[in-house]
Ligand binder design. Structure first.
Ligand SMILES: Nc1ncnc2c1ncn2[C@@H]1O[C@H](COP(=O)(O)OP(=O)(O)OP(=O)(O)O)[C@@H](O)[C@H]1O
Ligand SMILES: [Mg+2]
Length: 497
């Protein structure tokens, strides 16, 4: 055609550039698991085997498989256009993942596959060969070692084995006897298991669940919302209209640390820790794309908002609106939805801060409105100070007694010497490091403090009924309604149930 000249991409350079999409090993494996799930696999087996230079990783599935023609097409970089319509359950978009994910980790990609009606077919991309000949020459022969691996890993049923050989970026020593290199290699298995448990957690439970194994071990789902925990709060649950469809957005505030066992707390903190795991969790066809981000909506990751997590469910045909990338690890909210998402984020962030500050109390349970805090944060000049709340019923009672001015002096002493640097330092080791009120304290000791408080309040003329109400709503006793009732029955003869 006149006015044009054809400029073909150089195979030998492009193939190296295709290696640089920025995949981590676990994201690359997840991209292949996407393909297995799309092919209706019920079991996906990820195998890693150390053998020095000969080490390999395989992703084995029992999905529908491919015949020779489909496999040839699958191996083509850019086999399907991103604008082509996809079936509703398809996890793919770009026609690239199989190649870009694999090339990011290895120099030899072998795909072996069989369907219900066609027997084993295989193709191999050998990057060294492509570079050597400067052309996209796909190997059609199957070497005997690979055939043996198919028999070992898969057997005689429909399905697919994707095999990565020449793992130049994962094998740190060519020597198979090198134990340090071997240990390093197998740490990848742990990372992959954890990542897949996160990304595919909704596929691993409920009706139609699938099994994913890494080196023979079934991986466990990681639910970011602790939905089965009794103190997880659902803050909002709505469907936002967008381009004639509804996008489901459900927001949660997770339980305060004091409501979790230390094991639960560590697990729920995920791979990056509580503060980093807050924000939106964007799913595309129930597959997690973004795991905890405020999506550039203008919010910061604060400690106080670390309990806020929001689930957002997208269908697979809004990919371009959300700017989903090839690795399926980036999503950006379309402008039209920003105000609504901001509104939801604000509500759930506020609620998180409230739960965080109130140490996980369930306010409704006490049924007496807000809890009166013992400490207040105040501004003195341009700086922050911590002050004992003079409105706290016990403090108020003591300050009005005869020795009130000495009590005031002691309170001031405590306020002026709060060991803030020490608290910060210890908190940095994890929020579970410091005790919550009366933690590790026998209930007898709490009862005795409570009895003193009751007597002090009584002396100042507070009525018995008021004492009960105030104890149930003052820090820290609002955390111990059963002990409050017990002490009131004992000291006041008051039935408080
Ligand atoms: N495990 C598998 N079982 C069956 N078919 C597969 C499998 N892996 C890949 N394919 C086929 O190969 C094609 C290309 O896969 P590839 O991952 O490169 O692109 P995609 O999944 O279409 O899109 P994306 O680039 O978004 O992942 C798929 O569309 C599918 O038809
Ligand atoms: Mg894919």
């Amino acid at each position: 055609m006149t006015g044009y000249e054809v400029v073909e991409p150089r195979a030998e350079s492009l193939v190296e550039s295709l290696r640089a999409f920025g995949y981590a090993t676990e994201t690359a494996v997840a991209d292949l698991v996407d393909n297995s799930i799309t092919a209706k696999a019920t079991t996906v087996d990820v195998r890693l085997r150390w053998a020095g230079n000969e080490s390999w990783i395989a992703i084995v599935d029992d999905g529908l498989g491919m015949d020779g023609e489909r496999l040839r097409e699958a191996m083509r970089p850019g086999t399907t256009s991103p604008s082509a319509p996809r079936t509703v359950s398809d996890l793919g978009r770009f026609g690239l993942g199989l190649k870009t994910a694999s090339f990011s980790q290895c120099r030899q990609l072998v795909v072996m596959s069989a369907t219900a009606t066609s027997s084993l077919v295989a193709r191999t991309w050998d990057l060294d060969h492509v570079v050597r000949v400067g052309g996209w020459q796909l190997l059609t022969t199957l070497i005997s070692e690979d055939r043996a691996l198919w028999d070992e890993l898969h057997g005689d049923q429909p399905g697919t084995v994707v095999l990565w050989r020449q793992l130049d970026r994962l094998v740190v020593s060519p020597d198979r006897q090198n134990e340090q290199a071997e240990r390093h290699f197998y740490t990848i298995a742990d990372r992959v298991a954890r990542h897949l448990g996160t990304i595919f957690h909704r596929y691993l439970t409920g009706p139609g669940k699938i099994t994913i194994r890494v080196n023979g071990r079934n991986i466990a789902p990681w639910d970011p919302f602790l939905e089965s925990h009794e103190t997880t709060q659902v803050v909002t649950d709505e469907s936002l209209p967008y381009r004639g469809e509804l996008i489901s957005v459900k927001s949660f505030v997770l339980p305060h640390v004091s409501r979790l066992t230390s094991e639960e707390h560590i697990v729920a903190g995920g791979r990056r820790g509580w503060a980093a795991q807050q924000g939106f969790y964007v799913y595309r066809n129930r597959r997690l794309i973004v795991s905890g981000s405020w999506l550039g909506l203008g919010f910061r990751r604060e400690e106080l908002t670390s309990l806020a997590r929001i689930r957002l469910d997208l269908p697979n045909h809004m990919d371009s609106d959300w700017q989903i990338d090839v690795r399926k690890s980036v999503a950006r909210a379309p402008g039209a939805l920003v105000p609504e998402l901001r509104r939801i984020a604000e509500v759930v962030r506020l609620r998180s801060a409230k739960v965080y500050r109130h140490r996980g109390k369930i306010l409704q349970r006490a049924g007496h409105g807000d809890v009166v805090q013992a400490w207040l944060q105040v501004v003195r000049g341009t700086k922050i100070a911590y002050q004992v709340n003079r409105q706290h019923p016990l403090v108020a009672a003591l300050l009005t007694t005869a020795g009130g001015s000495e009590v005031e002096a002691m309170v001031r002493l405590l306020e002026e010497t709060v060991p803030v640097p020490l608290i910060i330092m210890n908190h940095a080791d994890g929020p579970g490091r410091q005790t919550t009120p009366f933690e590790e304290t026998a209930s007898g000791a709490v009862l005795s403090v409570l009895a003193d408080v009751v007597r002090a309040m009584r002396r100042t003329g507070t009525s018995d009924k008021e004492i009960v109400g105030q104890l149930l709503t003052m820090e820290p006793f609002s955390d111990f309604p059963d002990l409050v009732r017990e002490v009131c029955t004992r000291e006041l003869g008051q039935e408080t149930a």
